[in-house]
Each structure stands twice: as C-alpha cells, then as structure tokens.
Design a protein around this ligand. Structure first.
Ligand SMILES: NC(=O)C1=CN([C@@H]2O[C@H](COP(=O)(O)OP(=O)(O)OC[C@H]3O[C@@H](n4cnc5c(N)ncnc54)[C@H](OP(=O)(O)O)[C@@H]3O)[C@@H](O)[C@H]2O)C=CC1
Ligand SMILES: O=C1O[C@H](COP(=O)(O)O)[C@@H](O)[C@H](O)[C@H]1O
Length: 504
C-alpha cells in the first residue's frame, strides 16, 4: 500500500471517537495501515498534538473491540497523529493546513497521497471540497481521495446539487461515499457468495424465489439526534441509503468473472429496473409509522413526540415499510418488502429470501428460507421443512446455521477505511446508485410532506404498525420473525434450536 496522509475533518466529533479511531487502531494492529501513515485531525476545538493523542487513546479505550494491552504498540500508533485547528469556513486555515501537511510529508519523506475524510455535518461538505481545491491541498503530485459521510443530500435536487459541487474538486473515481451497511461482513459476503456459488446463482430468480424481506429494526429511539432526525425521518435516515443498498446487494447478479469494483454497474441496473411509485398512489405500497410510548425489554420508554427536542406535533416517520418490484427478467413479479424502524421489539438487520412453496395436503404453507443475519448476530441460515413423522400433515423446520467468520470479525468501518486506503470503491456508493435511490424515494418524500400517506402510531417494543402486515398479506405472505431464546414466552421448555416463524 502507498504511503498516505489522512486528513480528518471532524476529528473531535462523535463518529471519529466511536468508529474511525477504533477502526484505524484495529487496522494498525492487523498491520493493514500503509507503512508510512500519518493522520492530521481537524476541528475548531483547542488541542495540542499531545492532548489530541490523549483524546484518541481515550476513544480506543472506550470503543475499540480489541483490548489494549501493549502500551508500546499503542504509543507507536498514537505518534502518527497530529492536530491542526481549522474552521471549515476560514480560507486562511487551509493555507495553514497545507503547510502542516507538506511538513509531515517531507519529514516522513513520503509522496503527497492524501485521503480527505469529511466526518462533519453535511452543511460543510461543499465548502470543504471547494477549499481543498482552492488552497492547493488537492493538487499535489500524488493521489487524492474524498471520503464523505452521510447524509448525501436531503432529496433528489439537493443530492444532485451536492454532487455537482463535489465534482468540481474531485472526480467520481476519487469520491468514496460511505454507507456503513456496505462495510458489514455479511453484506460483503452477498457479492462473494453470488460470484462463487453456482447453487445460489441457480436459485436467484423469480423461478424459485417467492419474495424477499429486508428488515432493519432498532430498539433505540431518536437518541441525542433530535434536530437531525426530525428533519430526516426513517425514510432518509435508513431507507434511501442503507435499505436500498441492501436491496441492490441482494438483487444483483454478480457474474463470477466480475472485476473488482464493477459490481456497482449491476447494482445500478437493479435500481434502473425498480418500478417507480406515483406520488398519489404511494399509500398502496408504503406504510409510515411513528412510535408511541411502550416497553422495550421490560423497560418503559416515552413516545417520539415526547422526546427532548422533538416538536410535540411532529408527524415525522420513525418507521417505514414498503413493497418494491424490480421489472427485470430475474425478478419480475417477486415482491421485495422492506421495513425499518426505531423503538421496535428487537435490534436486528436481516434479509429473508423465501422460496416458492412446498405445500402440505391441507394447503398450509411451508416454504424454505435462506436468511442473512447482518447484525448484531452474523450468520447465514438455511431453514427447510421436513415432514413430521408423527403428524402426516405437519412440517417441522430444520435450521442449518453457518456462523460467518467467528471470532475476530472486522467492523464495517475497518473494512471501509481499509478499502479507501487501497482506493477500492467496491463497497462505496457510486453516484448513480445514490441518484437512483433518491429518484425512487422522491415521490414518497412528497407524499409524506403532503400527508397523502397515513401516519400510523405503533407502541414502542412492537414490530411497528400492524398495517405493515397488510403489504404482505395482500400477496399471501407474512413477515418472518426469529424467535430468540431470550424471548421466553415463545420458547418451548428445553428447546435448543429455534426457527423463523410468521407469528410471534
Ligand atoms: N455519529 C455517528 O454515529 C454517525 C455520524 N454520521 C455522519 O458523520 C458526520 C459527523 O457526525 P458526528 O461526528 O456525529 O458529529 P459531531 O457533531 O459529533 O461532530 C462534528 C465535528 O465537526 C466539527 N465541526 C463543526 N463545525 C465545524 C466548523 N465550522 N469547522 C470545522 N469543524 C467543525 C466538530 O469539531 P469542533 O467542534 O472542534 O469544531 C466535530 O469534530 C455527519 O455527517 C454525520 O451525519 C454518519 C453515521 C453515523
Ligand atoms: O446510519 C444509521 O445507522 C444506524 C443503525 O446502524 P446499525 O449499524 O446499528 O444497524 C441508525 O441507528 C442511525 O439512525 C442511522 O443514522
């Protein structure tokens, strides 16, 4: 790997502390950082290099998945960190930054390969990109890359505007748009499995698949992000980016000989084939919800509009479910159901692929399932049905679990930062994907804005509004749930294994 200087905007912020420093430390411990690596942290807050290094150390102690035992190794990691005070809007601060970057490059005798990481609010994205170009920071004789966090725009038009501005300073090949779901190991596995597994390829179409269900449910509420979340809602916060990326990953056909990075054109094809919604009819395919007070794991929690910083009259969506159709030769007539919400019953991100039926004589359904558990558990599970020998009409699910890479699994941010350091764009969102996602979502945003879609209230600690069941019931399907042993009411005494069910 080539020597690199990582220039981190937002170095004093929450994301840097919780995700970026621990990821870098793990890459360092796994000897995956470039041989000559240095990081310059930026923010308005006062820091010396020493106090910044102490801040980084504290974040590692709090958030690293790896226990920090070797203090010599920790020290050699921290000595790579420098700090520079910078106000994103002040031109002269970039001149100071350029000087510092050049001094570091000279001291380390390294080429000016610069990775600019924008871990700041979206209001700074355009401004910082422009200053990088104007100051000369981006025109040295090495490579430059821009890693950019979400949100990428607030709707289709603002996303296009942002992209146009960024394109004045960086080419598409230089822009690495983070969607941390693409860094999750099981999501990455989807592409690999598809390329390498002939059986899976054989199964992956409307000939065999009855429907696909993609769920990201969270138990947390709005947390400390009221200002942002009340403007974004689940539709922008999760659906437009993470959920549609999961849809693209599961629906794409990645050929075995696909060169690395080219999978993004397959994802684009999926988005191009997605049947668009018409604003007036959105309510038939989209359910929106908002959580009320309820109980999560036996603890009472308040409703969304009682949360600090949320307008008591807010009609913001904390839950979205939708039925999507992909009009291509693989997936025609196979519904893809997506749902995501906060303050739901369990924390779980999962894709369930339901295969076409094995029907019992009495007509009850017993489909086989392939389930990708993306988080917090990571596993790939095949659940198929076997006849219960004691009851001729009954089927019993048999579940085969393949835990993926048990042990020291890299976190999403490790995978993504590693890829950005290598210049590998495979698991970053290409502009085409982002634009097509916004295009699909735009009528939904407008329908929500104009109240054309009812807002269903749901009690915290449930699976969201009951109306979301309707989306599937109309097609003769149900959401699949995992009955976990920590939900004792559903667990039969002495039962070791458990299965996906349609009721809970
Ligand atoms: N936190 C998270 O879990 C996630 C965050 N993100 C995204 O990451 C980005 C950063 O989020 P997060 O770390 O939570 O935000 P924080 O509010 O915690 O941090 C913001 C950072 O921006 C810096 N900053 C603010 N104003 C300026 C300015 N005028 N000039 C220079 N620096 C400035 C702050 O430094 P200082 O105060 O020292 O100036 C601070 O380091 C956002 O785009 C967010 O949407 C995405 C996914 C998850
Ligand atoms: O990007 C976001 O993701 C998190 C959920 O991420 P996960 O990795 O824990 O599934 C979500 O809580 C947050 O609101 C959103 O901005």
């Amino acid at each position: 790997m080539e020597p690199t200087t990582l220039i981190l905007f937002g170095a004093t912020g929450d994301l840097a502390k919780r995700k970026i420093y621990p990821a870098l430390y793990n890459l360092f411990a796994d000897q995956k950082l470039p041989p000559s690596f240095s990081l310059i942290g930026l923010g308005r807050r006062e820091h010396s290099d020493a106090s910044f290094q102490a801040h980084v150390e504290q974040s590692l102690r709090q958030f690293s998945r790896r226990e920090i035992r070797d203090s010599a190794s920790l020290q050699s990691f921290l000595t790579m960190f420098r700090y520079c005070i910078l106000d994103a809007g002040r031109k002269e601060d970039y001149a100071k930054l350029l000087q510092m970057v050049e001094e570091r490059e000279q001291a380390l005798r390294i080429q000016p390969n610069r990775l600019f990481y924008l871990s700041v609010g979206p209001e700074f994205f355009e401004k910082i990109a422009a200053h990088i170009q104007e100051s000369g920071l981006g025109s040295a004789n090495g490579w430059k890359r821009l890693v950019i966090e979400k949100p990428f725009g607030h709707d289709l038009q603002t996303a296009r505007d942002l992209n146009r501005k960024l394109s004045q300073a960086f080419t598409e090949r230089e822009i690495f748009r983070i969607d941390h779901y693409l860094g999750k190991p099981i999501v990455q596995k989807l592409e690999e499995l598809h390329q390498t597994d002939p059986l899976l390829r054989e199964l992956w179409s409307s000939r065999r698949v009855a429907n696909v269900q993609i769920t990201a449910s969270e138990t947390v509420g709005v947390e400390e992000r009221a200002g942002y979340y009340d403007q974004a809602g689940a539709i922008r916060d999760m659906f437009q980016n993470h959920m549609l990326q999961l849809l693209m990953m599961v629906a794409s056909h990645f050929p075995a000989d696909l060169p690395r990075g080219d999978g993004r054109s397959k994802k684009r094809s999926v988005m191009e084939a997605l049947r668009p919604l018409v604003k007036q009819n959105t309510g038939a395919a989209v359910i929106r919800g908002q959580y009320q007070a309820g109980e999560i794991q036996n603890t009472p929690v308040i409703g969304y509009t009682a949360e600090p910083g949320i307008d008591s009259a807010s009609r913001n969506d904390t839950f979205v479910a939708a039925k999507l159709l992909i009009d291509d030769d693989y997936w025609r007539d196979v519904p893809f159901y997506i749902r995501t919400g906060k303050r739901m019953r369990e924390k779980s991100t999962r894709i369930v692929v339901e295969f076409k039926d094995a029907k019992t004589k009495s007509g009850s359904r017993a489909p086989n399932l392939l389930v990708f558990e993306i988080g917090p558990d990571e596993a790939i599970t095949l659940q198929f049905q076997s006849k219960d020998s004691s009851q001729l009409e009954a089927f019993d699910p048999i579940r085969i679990d393949a835990p993926v890479s048990p042990g020291n699994v890299p976190e999403a941010y490790e995978n993504l930062i590693d890829d950005a350091l290598h210049g590998d764009p495979t698991f970053f969102a290409h502009w085409d994907e982002v634009e097509l996602s916004w295009k699909w979502v735009q009528p939904v945003l407008e329908a929500f804005e104009e109240n054309l879609v009812p807002l269903h209230l749901y009690a915290a600690g449930t699976y969201g509004p009951a109306e979301s069941d309707r989306l599937l019931a109309e097609d003769g399907f149900h959401w699949w749930f995992d009955i976990k042993p920590n939900q004792p009411s559903e667990q039969k005494e002495g039962e070791q294994s458990y299965a996906y069910h349609t009721n809970y």
